[in-house]
Design a protein around this ligand. Structure first.
Ligand SMILES: *Cc1c(COP(=O)(O)O)cnc(C)c1O
Length: 425
């Protein structure tokens, strides 16, 4: 059966034909492709066409699709049982590997998604501090828990309004929203509300509305102000954890958060999330403390095995240096393709995370992004599909370089982009 016939069947039985909205190609031309199988940096759709994949399941597959070591670990674990609902050794092994890489945390609790990790971390931050307010930034995504589906209120309102149907106004009353890259706004907020704030949550390299790399002063202000006012600093590292460096954003920024939330890579393609913090804070979580949090499939042995095999493989010497080299090769190639064709574009990159935006400078806040240019991205997306290259189906999403992308695939992608840009001029 073809892509088109699966899409027709899917739309009858799945809302919008999908199980997660961005997959529906709402912001790029054409219909979604249905994928049948994948290996390395390529996957094949139901029409039998193969693509170089730069979306890679939205970040988890830092080793590429169907990594042989990860799959062997999954099969070994699966043969011993799919779920125990009782303690098992792989939870301990993954926790040890995790904390070995992130020594600023004492303990980690595993859950089943990034959304669940953030939701649980915020509950713990509130339970620990005895305060209700949380602060987030426009353009940062933290999963779809009700109180985080919030957008900035109008005018000078600090507290947000729900950004989704089905979220009662009262659920977002305790969530403040500020723009990124605005230290004076942050200082003013803390002066007024700092002593009531449970936690500030931020993506340390915001990567859900393009890639909005922050100035060091801004990140330092987040750390200093939370510390001064007794609020917790939460780094949402669901994308950046184990991607930007072995020790995550803290290693690069030289800033240590009080809590971290994880997902994507930590599950190696299986559903895993995690939140980590100090022993003193974690003592407040059930069963030790009064903050309730649980999960039927938390610490699932097959998922733990995938995560552990992934962490082991990416922990080998030279891994991140190799990714950095590949990321730089891709960036240089894309920049040259744009310059040669006279296309105005900026390639923003942090290690193996990259984002192409059709404007002259790298924006640091969502307010600085020209939304009208997303149509240009849509045209690029379509042209690349025709040339066997798959980018995320939205110009607001970043791309991911994996260990499985070789120089040949990087160069083939650059050539396809160059060919597309030239066809526009
Ligand atoms: C993907 C993501 C989430 C949500 O994770 P899910 O596993 O999709 O629930 C949360 N925070 C950030 C920064 C993310 O990128």
């Amino acid at each position: 059966m073809s892509n088109a016939s699966w899409w027709e069947r899917a739309r009858k039985v799945l809302p919008g034909g999908v199980n997660s909205p961005v997959r529906s190609f709402k912001s790029v031309p054409g219909d979604p492709l249905f994928f049948r199988e994948a290996a390395g940096c390529r996957f094949t759709d139901e029409d039998g066409r193969s693509y170089i994949d730069w979306c890679l399941s939205w970040g988890p597959l830092i080793l590429g699709h169907a990594d042989p070591e990860v799959h062997a670990a999954i099969q070994e674990a699966l043969a011993e049982g799919a779920s125990f609902g009782a303690p098992s050794r792989r939870e301990v092994l993954l926790a040890e590997a995790f904390l070995d890489r992130l020594p600023h945390f004492d303990q980690v609790r595993f859950v089943s998604s990034g959304t669940e990790a953030v939701m649980s971390a915020i509950r713990l931050a509130r339970g620990f501090t005895g305060r209700d307010l949380i602060l987030k930034f426009t353009g940062c995504y933290h999963g779809h828990a009700d109180h985080l589906l919030v957008e900035a209120g109008s005018g000078l309102a600090t507290f947000g309004t729900p950004s989704s149907g089905g979220v009662p106004k009262g659920f977002t009353d305790s969530t403040a929203v500020l723009p990124l890259d605005d230290v004076p706004a942050l200082e003013a907020f803390f002066a007024e509300h700092g002593d009531k704030l449970a936690a500030l949550i931020i993506e340390p390299f915001p990567a859900n509305s393009g890639l909005l790399i922050q100035r060091p002063e801004f990140m330092k202000a987040c750390r200093d102000l939370t510390r001064k006012h007794g609020a917790l600093l939460i780094f949402d590292e669901v994308i950046t954890g184990f991607r930007v460096a072995r020790g995550g954003a803290a290693e690069i920024l030289g800033i240590t958060p009080d809590m971290g939330t994880y997902g994507k890579i930590i599950g190696g393609g299986m559903p895993v999330g995690a939140y980590a913090t100090s022993r003193a804070i974690m003592d407040h979580v059930s069963p030790t403390g009064p903050v309730y949090q649980a999960g039927t499939l938390s610490g699932n042995p097959v998922a733990m095995a995938a995560g552990l095999a992934t962490l082991q493989k990416i922990g080998r010497p030279g891994f991140y240096e190799d990714l950095e080299r590949k990321g730089a090769r891709l960036q240089t190639g894309l920049e040259k393709a744009a310059a040669d064709a006279g296309v105005t574009a900026t390639v923003v990159r942090q290690g193996s995370l990259f984002w192409t935006v059709f404007q002259p400078d790298a924006p640091r806040a969502i307010e600085a992004i020209d939304g009208a240019k997303m149509e240009t991205y849509g045209r690029l997306h379509r042209a690349l599909i025709d040339r066997g290259v798959y980018l995320a189906p939205s110009g607001w999403e970043v791309g991911f370089v994996s260990a499985a992308h070789g120089d040949d695939e990087i160069d083939a992608t650059v050539a396809a982009v160059a060919d597309t840009f030239l066809s526009w001029s």
